[in-house]
Design a protein around this ligand. Structure first.
Ligand code: NAP
Ligand code: MG
Length: 399
C-alpha cells in the first residue's frame, strides 16, 4: 500500500521521560507505516534544551509561527531536584510558558470520550472544552502584608507624572493587599482564539466572569468579548451555534447540568481551578488533550499530562509499564488533521480520523492501559490491562 503523502511538514517537538518513549513508539507503530511523515524536528528533551541554552524551545515556537501546526511531547519543567538530576546550567523556564508567550496563544483542553468510561457527572455525553486565559490577574500580581494602622492605596501615574489615588483600605488590624492587572490586547487575543475555536469546532460557547462584583475589571473583559463577538456573530448564526456571557456561578451550574458539547472560556484563575475539576470529572489525565491556538490561527497540539516520571523510572529498571498513550496519539491526530485541512490533503485527515476511531475502539473492546481499568464499565466486556507497547499494537491491529 502506498504511504500517504504530506505537503507541508509538521513542527515536531520531542520531549522527556516516559512520554519520549511513547513518542517514538507511536511514530514507529502507528504513523510511519502508513504516512510518509514529514516533520521539522526539534528536540525539547531537557538535555538538549540545556545544551542549546533553551534556544531550541524558542526556535520550535518560531517554526510553529512559520509552518502553522506543531505537535509537542510532554517536557520536564525543571525544579531544584531536576537541576542536580540533569546537571543543568540553569533552571530553564517552562517550555510551554515560552511557547505560549511567543505564540500569544490560548490553551484549550478537551477530554477524549469512549463508551464504557463514564464521567463522574454521568450527564456529560459530549466533551466540555475548557479555555483558560493564560495572562495576568493573580498570576502576575503584586501583594503586600500590612500592619495595623497602615493604609493601602491604588495609585496610577500617567506619563506626565500626574497621579490618581484611591484608598483601598485603612487597616485597624493586620491584613493583606494585592494589586493585579490585565491588558486589553491580551484579553482581545484570548477572545479571538475562543471565538475562532468555537466556529472551527462548531460548538456553542460560554464566557464567564464576576462582573457584578468586579465591575470595572471583569466588566472590561465582558465588554471586550462583546466587541470581538460582533466579528464572529454572522459565522455563529450561520452555523446555528450560540454565544452566552454569564456570571461564573451561573456558568458552573449550567455546565454541570449540561450534556457537554460546549466551549467554556474562563479567566486565568477560574480556568486553573475549573480545568482540574473538568479533567477529574471525565476520569483520567491520560485521556485529556490540549491545543494551544494563537489569535492568528497557529496550532500546537499536545497531551494535557506531564512526562509520567514514576512510570519512566520503572521503565529504566527494565520493567514493563502500562502508560496511557491516548492523549499523545490524539495530539498527533489533531495536528495531522489540521495539517491536512490547511494543505487540502483529505487522505491525511481521513487517516487521522481512522486512527482516532481505532484508538477508541480498542478501549471500547476492553483492551486498555491500567489507569482506565477501574473507570471502565461496559455490559459484557471485561477490561484487560495491556502494557504500553501492547496497547499501541492493539490499536495498529484495528487500523
Ligand atoms: P504527570 O506526568 O502528569 O503524572 C502524574 C501522575 O498521573 C502519574 O504518576 C500517573 O499516576 C498519572 N498519569 C499521568 N499521565 C498518565 C498517563 N498518560 N498514563 C497513565 N497515568 C498517567 O505529572 P507530574 O508527575 O506532576 O509531572 C511529571 C513531569 O511532567 C514534571 O517534570 C513536570 O514538569 C512535567 N509536566 C509537563 C507538562 C507538559 O509538558 N505539558 C505538564 C505537566 C507536567 P500513577 O503514578 O498513579 O500511575
Ligand atoms: Mg490547576
Amino acid at each position: 500500500m502506498a504511504k500517504i503523502q504530506m505537503k507541508t511538514p509538521l513542527v515536531e517537538m520531542d520531549g522527556d521521560e516516559m512520554t519520549r518513549i511513547l513518542w517514538q513508539e507511536i511514530k514507529d507503530i502507528l504513523l510511519t507505516p502508513y504516512i510518509d511523515l514529514k516533520t521539522e524536528y526539534y528536540d525539547l528533551g531537557l538535555p538538549h534544551r540545556d545544551e542549546t541554552d533553551d534556544r531550541v524551545t524558542v526556535e520550535s515556537a518560531e517554526a510553529t509561527k512559520r509552518l502553522g501546526v506543531a505537535v509537542k511531547c510532554a517536557t520536564i519543567t525543571p525544579n531544584v531536584q531536576r537541576m542536580s538530576e540533569y546537571h543543568l546550567k540553569k533552571m530553564w523556564k517552562s517550555p510551554n510558558g515560552t511557547i505560549r508567550r511567543i505564540l500569544d496563544g490560548t490553551v484549550f483542553r478537551a477530554p477524549i470520550l469512549c463508551e464504557g468510561i463514564v464521567p463522574y457527572i454521568p450527564g456529560w455525553k459530549r466533551p466540555i472544552v475548557l479555555a483558560r486565559h493564560a495572562y495576568g490577574d493573580v498570576y502576575s500580581a503584586v501583594d503586600e502584608e500590612l500592619e495595623a494602622g497602615e493604609k493601602a492605596y491604588l495609585v496610577v501615574e500617567n506619563e506626565k507624572g500626574e497621579v490618581r489615588r484611591r484608598l483601598i483600605h485603612a487597616f485597624d488590624g493586620a491584613g493583606v493587599v494585592q494589586g493585579m492587572h490585565n491588558t486589553d490586547a491580551s484579553v482581545r487575543s484570548f477572545a479571538h482564539s475562543c471565538f475562532r475555536y468555537a466556529v472551527e469546532n462548531n460548538i456553542p460557547m460560554i464566557f464567564s466572569t464576576k462582573d457584578t462584583i468586579s465591575k470595572q475589571y471583569d466588566g472590561r473583559f465582558k465588554k471586550i468579548f462583546e466587541e470581538v463577538y460582533e466579528e464572529y456573530r454572522a459565522q455563529f448564526e450561520e452555523k446555528g451555534i450560540w454565544y452566552l456571557y454569564t456570571l461564573i456561578d451561573d456558568a458552573v451550574a449550567r455546565v454541570v447540568r449540561s450534556e457537554g458539547g460546549l466551549l467554556w472560556a474562563c479567566k486565568n484563575y477560574d480556568g486553573d481551578v475549573m480545568s482540574d475539576m473538568v479533567a477529574t470529572a471525565y476520569g483520567s489525565l491520560g485521556m485529556m488533550s490540549s491545543v494551544l491556538v494563537s489569535p492568528d490561527g497557529k496550532y500546537e497540539y499536545e497531551a494535557a499530562h506531564g512526562t509520567v516520571t514514576r512510570h519512566y523510572y520503572k521503565h529504566l529498571k527494565g520493567e514493563k509499564t502500562s502508560t496511557n498513550s491516548v492523549a499523545t496519539i490524539f495530539a498527533w491526530t489533531g495536528a495531522l488533521k489540521k495539517r491536512g485541512e490547511l494543505d487540502e490533503t483529505p487522505e491525511l485527515v481521513a487517516f487521522a480520523e481512522k486512527l482516532e476511531k481505532a484508538t477508541k475502539a480498542t478501549i471500547e473492546a476492553g483492551e486498555m492501559t491500567g489507569d482506565l481499568i477501574p473507570l471502565f464499565h461496559r455490559e459484557g466486556v471485561s477490561p484487560k490491562k495491556l502494557d504500553s507497547e501492547e496497547f499501541l499494537r492493539a490499536i495498529a491491529a484495528r487500523l
